[in-house]
Design a protein around this ligand. Structure first.
Ligand code: BGC
Length: 760
């Protein structure tokens, strides 16, 4: 009886909130229809124009000009890359007070991994597998950005990527669609908090729609080509997840999708996004991506602009193709007034949802920046996020954590550096606020440790390469001393220490946009340093920093311990020291496979089954393998060690068979058998044994990050339904096929424990 009452109450509340939603939507529709009734065609087109006055990082060759006069003429719908309540208030005033209809502008920015309190690069943060933590960092970023007047974010970037040559692998959450979807949801929730009008939340943009993470040869902006089945099963899920989580905006990608550039692809932007997925926000182009369709060979500016509008793209970033050609296209019958109206309505709806028509100045509070930005509390979150994102790749003889006594040689071009700690795509951060590793190590180690520093090598010795990296400021600084002199000094310092900690890897702009590499090793100057340090015979800890997986088989041989940190953000030095000295027990796990060499790329755990599988990672003639390298990666997806040890036992599946509509429970006992309390990411993978199409060897279908005290055992359970076993078929229908499945549970994708069940 009570249950029925509760059910009725829940239904009543749901119906009531649905009604409230409907009447809010009706109210919005009425308001916008009335406003649009007063707008001229040119004013409507003006709403579709997004400009950047420069100042932040320019990501294309063009920057908007005459911004002030364009705003006053009603030719600007929004601005990005321009910060601070005072400046933005002045800009907003021009729109509100000096245009005919006073329509407020929307202000955006790339707040990719923290606003000023920079957290690890997104790939690094994904290594935490900690959804609550990720949501919290997004929430913090929204609070800081809105304090500075920014309420529209060009994040999350959810492009799945299996190609570490591609520099933007640093900006996403790695190779897996399931994990990527969970992270996408957490970030949208963190930014938007289900309340776009609140002063501390911002509208999120999911990008780059779509398939941008799979460019041929790993070269940025290059062509993409893949089957629809692969697209839907492997690359689209995080976008769908962000949309289901209510993301306000979608940004198109630079690449083509099935032969048609994304920004002009009607199938992508209208049939799929709005039709099948019911997305009701607006679509913005990427930086001049409409104009770039000219180079894709789609016609002149007028033609590509009409193509983009007709495809369902609403706002033109920087290129001004909409602004300068749509009216002509309308007169020539190449676009319809309805299409312009629809795009304009979607942009106005976003402004309405953000509360700008109630108060266009709602985000410009001069008192907020000092209070909300870079607070001690935020820096603490950044430090914790960084320490929980690091991955311990090797730890022979429990080399780490280091004791807080004795002599440490701290060596390497990234060991006492501020310029590279934030990582790529941190245009709102200030590298000079970051904590260098030397400083963090000294403060965490305390007085009983003597730390002697030597640079040892340049990040790269090549001035031509350095010039390509230093576009946003000095990232690679080539020392006045010779490479030999630096190396000699480092070796001497190492010889007089008890242990050597060498910090090597990539400068921040060696990954990110337009930063593809055909060689994913550590630059030669630093390889020499690692070899020389190893040759001293001193225990060697490598701290490796980079924005992508690196091929490090040699370093893996030479080092006793390896900690992979990504680019950790503003609290880099403190967070690394926390892990190195054991204040934080590392719990990060890779979200992308680390290859042995670049020739193995693309390499990922969920590869589809072949007809000639190789056994036991040993070369066999006429099997699918290489003559010169194993098939296995250097480190698999999901891998990461802890200072303690976790053992898995007793995998149990609740039923032998189950049917759709039902659930099955998979449980496992995880014991902490080492000497430290610690966190473990328990991962569950599924294999579809027989299906009508070739299926991946295994797929991640669940994970839980849990804390286990030393000596204790926890039972971890997962529930699976038929929906978790479903996939897109050739006809793009999504369903599970009855039959046998295998389930694997463990601490990485090579999980040895397995079980079986059958779906009826
Ligand atoms: C990038 C986007 C970014 C935009 C605006 C482009 O070059 O691809 O990710 O949001 O610039 O800065």
């Amino acid at each position: 009886m009570r249950k029925i009452f509760v059910l009725i109450a829940v239904l009543a509340i749901t119906a009531c909130s649905n009604n409230n939603q409907k009447s809010a939507d009706n109210e919005m529709d009425r308001f916008i229809s009335e406003l649009m009734g007063k707008m001229t065609i040119q004013e409507k087109i003006g709403q579709l124009n997004l400009v950047t006055p420069g100042g932040g990082i320019l990501t294309g060759s063009v920057v908007s000009t005459d911004v002030e006069s364009k705003i006053k003429a009603g030719n600007v719908g929004g601005i990005f890359g321009f910060y601070g309540p005072d400046k933005l208030r002045q800009a907003q005033k021009m729109a509100v007070e000096e245009t005919r209809l006073g329509i407020p502008m929307i202000f955006g920015a790339d707040v990719i991994h923290g606003y000023k309190t920079t957290v690890p690069i997104p790939l690094g943060l994904s290594f935490s597998w900690d959804l609550e933590l990720i949501e919290k960092t997004a929430q913090m970023a929204a609070k800081e950005a809105t304090a500075d007047g920014i309420f529209w974010n060009f994040s999350p970037m959810v492009d799945v990527s299996r190609d570490p040559r591609w520099g933007r692998i640093s900006e996403g959450s790695g190779e897996d669609p399931f994990l990527g979807s969970e992270i996408a949801k957490a970030m949208v929730k963190g930014y938007q908090q289900n309340d776009l009008k609140a002063p501390h939340t911002m509208m999120a943009t999911v990008k780059h729609f779509a398939l941008y993470g799979a460019p041929e040869a790993g070269r940025d902006y290059n062509t993409v080509d893949m089957s629809r089945m692969k697209m839907f099963n492997e690359y689209m899920p995080p976008f769908k997840a962000a949309i289901d989580a209510g993301v306000g905006c979608v940004m198109t990608s630079f690449n083509d999708v099935d032969g048609i550039p994304a920004s002009g692809n009607r199938w992508l932007l209208t049939e799929l996004l709005r039709g099948q997925w019911e997305f009701d926000g607006f679509v913005v182009s990427d930086y001049t991506s409409i104009n770039e369709m000219i180079d894709h060979g789609m016609g002149d500016l007028q033609a590509v602009s009409a193509m983009a509008l007709n495809a369902g793209l609403d706002m033109d970033m920087v290129g001004e193709g909409f602004l300068t050609t749509l009216e002509k296209s309308l007169n020539e019958g190449k676009v319809t007034e309805e299409a312009i109206n629809l795009a304009c309505r979607r942009v106005l709806e976003a402004k309405y949802k953000l509360g700008l028509f109630d108060d266009p100045y709602r985000y410009f509070d001069d008192a907020r920046p000092a209070k909300d930005i870079l607070s001690a509390e935020n820096r603490e979150i950044a430090r914790m996020a960084a320490a929980h994102s690091m991955v311990l790749l090797k730890n022979t003889n429990q080399m780490l954590p280091l004791k807080k006594s004795g002599n440490i040689a701290l060596i390497g071009p990234l060991a006492n550096d501020k310029n590279n700690m934030l990582g790529t795509w941190a245009p709102t951060g200030d590298p000079q606020l970051s904590v260098p590793i030397l400083e963090g190590m000294k403060s965490v180690a305390g007085e009983n440790v003597k730390i002697v520093y030597a640079k040892g090598a340049n990040i790269s010795d090549d001035p031509v390469f350095a010039a390509k990296i230093n576009v946003f400021g000095p990232r690679i600084e080539i020392d006045e001393r010779s490479a030999e002199a630096m190396l000699k000094e480092a070796v001497n310092v190492a010889k007089s220490a008890d242990v050597v900690v060498a910090v090597v890897g990539e400068a921040s702009e060696m990954s990110g946009e337009s930063a593809s590499r055909s060689d994913i090793t550590i630059p030669e100057s630093q390889k020499k340093l690692v070899r020389a340090l190893a040759a001293t015979g001193k225990p060697l800890v490598l701290v490796i920093m980079s924005g992508r997986p690196l091929a490090i088989p040699e370093e893996n041989e030479l080092a006793d311990a390896i900690l992979f940190t990504g680019h950790p953000g503003v609290e880099a030095g403190n967070a690394i020291a926390d892990v190195v000295f054991g204040e934080t027990n590392p719990s990060g796990k890779l979200t992308v496979t680390f290859p042995r060499n670049v020739g193995q790329v693309p390499i990922y755990y969920a590869m589809r089954k072949t007809g000639r599988p190789q056994a036991d990672d040993v070369f066999t003639k006429f099997r699918s393998n290489y003559l010169d390298v194993e098939n296995s990666p250097l480190f698999p997806f999901g891998f990461g060690l802890s200072y303690t040890n976790f053992e898995y036992a007793n995998l149990a599946v609740s039923k032998q068979t189950f049917s759709s509509g039902d659930e099955i429970e998979v449980s496992v006992d995880v014991s902490n058998t080492g000497n430290f309390d610690g966190e473990e990411v328990v991962q569950l993978y599924v294999r579809d044994v027989v299906a009508s199409v070739t299926r991946p060897l295994k797929e991640l279908k669940g994970f839980k990050k849990i804390f286990i005290k030393k000596g204790e055992t926890e039972t971890v359970t997962f529930n699976l339904s038929a929906n978790d076993l479903a996939f897109y078929h050739q006809d793009l229908q999504f369903y599970a096929e009855p039959g046998e499945f295998m389930v694997f549970v463990g601490g990485n994708s090579d999980a040895p424990l397995s079980g079986k069940f059958e779906l009826k």
